[in-house]
Every structure is written in structure tokens, then in C-alpha cells.
Design a protein around this ligand. Structure first.
Ligand code: ADP
Length: 504
């Protein structure tokens, strides 16, 4: 069995707390290993020192007083001070002691606790709190059972205007005017049940003075081992975001209003333009009828007259009348045609047609004109068997116009090549290339507009400037595209992209 003395000596050796026995004059007689560790010196070295040697000068007076009080009341402490470590740094300690008498002599037993770690922890907590106080977001912590706040950082205190003493008596519902207690419980229940790890919501916080602050709340349930569960809420002031959102919404509404206003203005303008267009077409169509009747009479009588007249001069004059009349009739017919197409009053019958046949039909009318000017026509399409989807009469009208232009605006002894190549998605590319004077790019852009003619060069050549405008409208009505490629001095290539029969 261990005797009391052995036990004391084991305890002395093993205790993690420093123990020191000193004379009343401060000289150290015995220390345990924990005390050696606090000072970083061996017991032997320590015995050479007095208590005052291991105490910084600023404590020395106080230390003397403590020794005095020890004398008077038989004990001292606990109090905190620093010791000087062997390497010179200060070791924070908490110490207390009592006077013991042995064989009539006074000794002091001191118990010394190394506070380095707890001081460090204290400093860490201070720093942590100071950091939380400096964060721009507000941090609220409240208990899971009573929902009472137990920590609010400086940002949170500033946000709601209550001091921490008031806040510990309050719960989140007290500062959330838009969320009832029951609603708040609904928010936190899934977190407590573990169905959700965190939740985010927007609400307002009511400041003590009454004003509201729009906020976004990130709420999390914290359950640490051996700790009471609690909630942490990181709360962000979103006043600026709300303000920007409102400005954005207002400008969106204004924009929408403006778009609606512009759209209705546009629709009105379009309606007006449609009406004007319709009125123009009606006017042109009635005018054309009005003009055609007397013009046909003029032409008819002129032809009759020309049969009876013997005098060459008069005959020539009558032929001038007939040719001018025919030109006028052609012009009237084309104006009428264009106005009908533009006002959507043309009905097309789009069916499968053989491209060779359509070209051959057109060529039979054009070849005599080409022969007169010694223009050679090479038809590369004649051998292929291609079917396209077009209105037969209207497609031939377009072909005839392009071919007659290729003759009219070509040089004497020139050439015309008609070619075809299939494109993707069952589209056929048909080209009519001539060796005329060609067109500048500005002219290429304009010639599909009504009455656009290249006056200086082509003024001697008969034409109305309407054929290509009509052709463009017709080809587009058939779902195709018309265009031109040209180079001055080399000639022009008019092309058509037309849907093939598989598209029907
Ligand atoms: P028109 O030939 O009756 O004047 P178009 O609308 O058919 O009317 O043609 C418009 C204008 O485009 C023509 O006046 C002419 O100046 C020009 N043009 C048309 N085809 C050619 C061509 N193959 N080569 C050069 N210029 C052309």
C-alpha cells in the first residue's frame, strides 16, 4: 500500500500545475517539473534565484505587498502576473499561495497555473469578435430553444438600433415586422429537423426608431458537440439593390410603354400606308382602264388609216403614232400589272413545270430579236430534265423580260448563255449571262426598283423601267429570289433561285 508521503511526492511530480516552495524572503527551495517547464529552467537553476528574479520589475512592488499580506493573513491570490522565462519572454500565470509552518519555520507554498494558452484563446476570441464587428454584413446568433439573441455584431446593432442588453431579451420576430412568429417557426423548422441545411429569404428589419431596412437573410442551424444548438443569421442590407431594382423596373416599364407607343404608331402608319397604297392601286387601275379605251381607239384608227394612205411621208407619220401608242399601251399594261402585284391582287397557280419547256417557249419569242442583232444564244439547260414549282405564265413573263433585256442591252454579235445548277435543299439556280456593257454595283442595287433605268447609256433603247420590278415581285411571290452579278465592260448575269418540284 502506498504511504501518504509517497503519494504526495508522486502528486508533486505529476501535477500539470506548477508548485513552488519558498522561504519568506523569496528564495526558492523546491519546485515541481511543471514549474520548471513554466520558467524553462531546471530546478537547480531555479534554486539559485529568488522570486523577485523571475518577476518583471513592474510587478516587484506589488509582489512585496503580497508577501506582506501573506504574512498578515496567511495566504495570497489568486491573481495574475507574468514570469520571466529563461529565454526572456514573459509567461502569463495565475498564482495563489499560503503560508505553512514547519518545525517553527515559515514557508510559502505557491500554486502556479500557466495561462499562455487561455490568454491566447482570449486574444483569439477578442480578435474574432473585433473581426465580426468590422464585417459589413450583420451577424445575429440566437438560441434554438428560446430564440433569444445571444450575440449580435456591431453591424447588426447599428442596423436595428438596439443595444446588446436589449437584444438578449429579444427574438428575431421582434425585429421582423413582416414575418409572424408562426411564419418564422415555419422557416426554421426544416433546419431543426435536418431537412434543410440552410435557408435564404428576403424581408425587412425594423429599426428601433421605426424605419425599415430591406434585408437578405442567410440562416443556418448550428449544432456543435456538447453545446446548446443555436442559429446564425448573416444579414445583408439590400437597400441599394432594391433601389437599383426599382429604378430598373421603372425604366423597363417606361421602355415597354415606349415600345408599345412606337408599335401602335408604326401600326397606324402602316395602316395609313396600306390605305394609301390601296388608293394608289385603285387609282392606277381605274386610270389605266380609262386610258386604254381611247388608246385602243387611237391605235385601231391609225392602223385603218395606214391601210388607206398612199403617201409615204404620211404613212411614216402614222407608224410613228402606232409605235408611240404601242409603247404607251405597254407602259399602261405594266403599270397596271405592277400595281396589281403590289396590292396582292394577283393570284398565282404554282405547279410543277419542266424548266426546259419554259425556256424553250420563251426562246422561241426572243430568238428573232437576237438574230436581228446577231446575238448567239447558248442554252445549256436544253439537255437536262428539271422540274420547278412556278406559275407558268408569270415565270415565262420574268424569263422573257430578262432574255429581252439580255438582247436589248447586249452588244451586236454578243452572246447569251442560259445555265442551271442544282443547289442544296432542292433549290435550282438558273442564270442568264450576257456580254453587254455591264452594271456598276450602285446600278445593280437600283434596277429592281420601278422606273429605274440607266438613262445615259440606255436612253435610246426602248423600255419602261418596270420589267425587273415586276419580275422581282413575281419571283418572290413564287418563293424564289432574283439577283444580278455584273462587271462593267464584261456583261451581266441575272440569276434566279427557284424551288424544285420536291418542295411541292
Ligand atoms: P426596261 O428594260 O423596260 O427599261 P427593266 O426593269 O427590265 O426595264 O430593266 C431596268 C433597267 O435595268 C434597264 O432600263 C437597263 O438600264 C437595266 N438593265 C436590265 N437588264 C440589263 C442587262 N442585261 N444589261 C445591262 N443593263 C440592264
Amino acid at each position: 500500500m502506498i504511504n501518504c508521503e509517497d503519494f504526495n511526492s508522486v502528486l508533486f511530480e505529476a501535477l500539470p500545475t506548477g508548485l513552488a516552495l519558498t522561504n519568506v524572503d523569496g528564495s526558492i527551495i523546491a519546485v515541481n517539473p511543471a514549474f520548471e517547464k513554466i520558467l524553462g529552467r531546471t530546478a537547480k537553476e531555479i534554486y539559485q534565484l529568488s522570486y523577485l528574479d523571475i518577476t518583471p520589475t513592474d510587478y516587484k512592488e506589488e509582489e512585496q505587498r503580497k508577501l506582506q499580506s501573506l504574512h498578515d493573513i496567511g495566504q495570497y491570490g489568486p491573481y495574475e502576473k507574468d514570469y520571466i522565462h529563461a529565454d526572456g519572454h514573459l509567461v502569463p500565470v495565475r498564482l495563489q499561495g499560503r503560508l505553512v509552518k514547519h518545525e517553527g519555520v515559515d514557508f510559502i507554498w505557491s500554486v502556479v497555473e500557466d495561462m499562455t494558452k487561455s490568454k491566447q484563446a482570449e486574444r483569439d476570441i477578442k480578435r474574432f469578435k473585433a473581426t465580426l464587428d468590422e464585417t459589413l454584413d450583420c451577424v445575429f446568433m440566437f438560441k434554438a430553444d428560446s430564440l433569444n439573441f445571444f450575440y449580435v455584431n456591431q453591424g447588426g446593432i447599428d442596423q436595428i438600433g438596439y443595444g446588446i442588453d436589449e437584444l438578449i431579451e429579444m427574438t428575431p420576430s421582434d425585429i421582423k415586422p413582416n414575418i409572424s412568429e408562426a411564419q418564422f417557426l415555419d422557416i426554421i423548422s426544416p433546419l431543426i429537423d435536418g431537412n434543410q441545411t440552410k435557408t435564404t429569404f428576403e424581408t425587412v428589419h425594423k429599426h428601433k426608431s421605426g424605419h425599415h431596412v430591406p434585408v437578405e437573410v442567410f440562416l443556418q442551424y448550428i449544432q456543435l458537440p456538447n453545446e446548446e444548438p443555436h442559429f446564425i443569421a448573416i444579414v445583408r442590407d439590400i437597400s441599394e439593390r432594391k433601389r437599383v431594382e426599382q429604378v430598373l423596373q421603372k425604366s423597363n416599364e417606361e421602355l415597354e410603354e415606349r415600345v408599345q407607343q412606337r408599335t401602335s404608331e408604326y401600326l397606324h402608319a402602316k395602316e395609313d400606308a396600306d390605305h394609301a397604297n390601296q388608293a394608289k392601286s385603285d387609282f392606277l387601275s381605274s386610270m389605266s382602264h380609262e386610258l386604254r379605251t381611247p388608246l385602243n381607239a387611237i391605235l385601231g384608227f391609225s392602223q385603218l388609216m395606214s391601210m388607206d394612205v398612199k403617201d409615204d411621208q404620211t404613212k411614216d407619220n402614222i407608224h410613228e403614232i402606232i409605235s408611240a401608242g404601242n409603247y404607251l399601251l405597254g407602259l399602261i399594261n405594266e403599270i397596271l400589272d405592277l400595281s396589281k402585284i403590289e396590292s396582292g391582287r394577283v393570284e398565282l397557280s404554282i405547279l410543277k413545270h419542266n424548266l426546259n419547256e419554259l425556256i424553250d417557249d420563251s426562246l422561241s419569242l426572243i430568238e428573232p430579236l437576237a438574230d436581228k442583232r446577231s446575238i448567239l444564244i447558248e442554252n445549256k439547260v436544253s439537255t437536262s430534265d428539271i422540274t420547278i414549282n412556278v406559275d407558268k405564265i408569270r415565270f415565262k413573263q420574268v424569263l422573257l423580260n430578262i432574255l429581252s433585256n439580255a438582247v436589248k442591252y447586249n452588244n451586236e454579235n454578243g452572246k447569251i448563255i442560259i445555265d442551271h445548277s442544282p443547289m442544296d435543299e432542292n433549290i435550282h439556280y438558273i442564270s442568264i449571262t450576257d456580254t453587254g456593257s455591264g452594271l456598276t454595283s450602285a446600278q445593280q442595287n437600283n434596277i429592281f426598283k420601278p422606273f429605274e433605268r440607266i438613262e445615259s447609256e440606255h436612253s435610246q433603247i426602248e423600255g419602261t423601267g418596270l420589267g425587273l420590278a415586276i419580275g422581282k415581285n413575281l419571283i418572290e411571290l413564287m418563293g424564289g429570289v432574283i439577283g444580278v452579278k455584273s462587271e462593267i465592260g464584261k456583261g451581266s448575269c441575272f440569276w434566279l433561285k427557284i424551288k424544285g418540284s420536291e418542295c411541292l
